[in-house]
Design a protein around this ligand. Structure first.
Ligand SMILES: Cc1ncc(COP(=O)(O)O)c(C=O)c1O
Length: 442
């Protein structure tokens, strides 16, 4: 028998190695969505499920938007693909212009990739290249934060602060340090929006500077609101304080806005909400309403000018992806940005946020609940940890809500929700009402 011929083939539906999934358990009991429109998924057996997660924090304009579908189809008919290496096509330039217009301050230059992970790795490389271009090549150290998620590239995992993700691979980037997480249950529980307490967590950067010397530090990267570790809004004044310390010590500040961008907090970006201008923003997800994969790294003029200005003839930044600025992703992004603008979805999210907040906090005092956090159209309900059973209550509630037709996510001991920005009040009532009903039943 030929060695290349597989003696047995996996059964149907076994070959897909699913990401961030307990494959064996899932494949015994698959949970599949067949279609989606607006606020709702439809399961294979035709049941409707209210999407309280905007997919994975990404379908901000709601599912199945015809305008995006048509733009993508038209782009495929016109120009399906052209390289962006030493060649180009107009729609990538148009898309970058639109993003630069949307981003605050002089965040005016855009490097495209295909995901949040790539946006983060691109940002870290750009930060290192920036210092090198300015003759400060000794600035090689990157500072992340505990309880941060920056995707799955080696750069993102290195600056990320989820120990499970880090220890699985052992060998990460050298010269990385971490700020402490900003969440403190003892002083911040049940904060509405930003916790009043916790600005001192920013001063930990001074300790890192003191140990390593500022001249070795290239950049600090934070999520303005940590999402994937349970919706942790920044303490009041924290982001501004980080900005001040970075400015004083010549360190670049990167905001990872993969979740907080595109209206999630009621503004274009968290940078706008808090009036703190980072040197680099990373984004993805809501950029294309998740219809086509795309990520972007948006940099301020001084960053772009330093790197591009130091060029000596060849590509100034030896970095890029086959699909950087993919025309179809750009078409999806432009159509998505048009929807956000024409339907006023960022403003809508800002208006709906107090109602959302009230709904989430109505769960205070219910069994097992130890904290509730919210910001914009993000919220998390944290449960008492069950000894030896990580995520026990959150997982059970996720499943119970799903059976009642409401999708919310379990992350650690928290249940998190981040609905499409088109959510109506009645749907907010249903979402939190279902969580409450399932909690009462436990
Ligand atoms: C803050 C943040 N950064 C990066 C990423 C990675 O994005 P992607 O999964 O598109 O690579 C995520 C994904 O959830 C994220 O939340």
């Amino acid at each position: 028998m030929n060695d290349l011929a597989a003696p047995t083939r996996p059964a149907p539906y076994q070959s897909y190695w699913m990401p961030f999934t307990t494959n064996a358990a899932f494949k015994k009991n698959p949970r599949l969505f067949a279609s989606a429109k607006g606020m709702y998924y439809k399961t294979m057996d035709g049941r409707e499920v209210l999407d309280g997660t905007a997919g994975l924090w990404c379908v901000n304009a709601g599912h199945g938007r015809d305008r995006i579908t048509e733009a993508v189809a038209e782009q495929l008919r016109t120009l399906d693909y052209a390289s962006s290496f030493q060649l180009g096509h107009p729609i990538a330039f148009e898309c970058a212009d639109r993003l630069a217009e949307l981003a605050p301050g002089d965040l005016d230059y855009v490097f495209f990739g295909n995901s949040g992970s790539e946006a983060v790795d691109s940002a870290l490389k750009i930060a290192l290249a920036y210092h090198r271009a300015r003759g400060e090549g000794g600035r090689v150290r990157l500072v992340g934060r505990e309880r941060a998620y920056h995707g799955v590239g080696f750069g993102g995992v290195s600056v990320g602060g989820i120990s499970k993700h880090r220890v699985a691979y052992g060998n990460l980037l050298p010269y990385v340090d971490h700020l402490p997480a900003t969440h403190d249950l003892a002083t911040q529980a049940y904060s509405r929006g930003e916790p009043e307490q916790g600005i001192h967590f920013a001063d930990e950067l001074l300790r890192i500077i003191n140990i390593h010397d500022a001249s070795t530090i290239a950049a600090v990267i934070v999520e303005p609101v940590a999402g994937s570790t349970g919706v942790l809004p920044p303490p009041r004044g924290y982001l501004k304080r980080l900005r001040e310390i970075c400015d004083k010590h010549g360190i670049l500040l990167i905001f990872d806005e993969v979740i907080t961008g595109f209206g999630r907090l009621g503004t274009s970006f968290a940078a706008e909400k808090w009036g703190v201008l980072p040197d680099i923003i990373t984004c993805a997800k809501g950029l294309t309403n998740a219809a086509v994969p795309m990520g972007a790294t948006i940099v301020r003029s001084h960053v772009y000018e330093a790197v591009v200005g130091a060029g000596t003839g060849g590509p100034e930044l030896p970095h890029g992806y086959t699909y950087s600025g993919h025309p179809v992703a750009c078409a999806a992004a432009l159509a998505t940005l048009d929807i956000y603008r024409d339907e006023g979805l960022f403003e809508r999210a800002a208006k709906m946020a107090p109602y959302w907040e009230a709904g989430a906090h109505s769960l205070k005092g219910m069994p097992h609940v130890v904290d509730i956090r919210n910001c914009g159209l993000l919220a998390a309900v944290e449960f008492q940890a069950a000894p030896g059973k990580a995520g026990y209550h959150a997982q059970a509630l996720h499943q119970a809500c799903l059976e009642k037709g409401v999708l919310v996510r379990a992350v650690g001991d928290s249940l998190v929700a981040s609905p499409p920005l088109i959510i109506e009040r009645a749907e907010i009532d249903r979402l939190w009402g279902t969580v409450a009903e399932c909690l009462r039943a436990r």
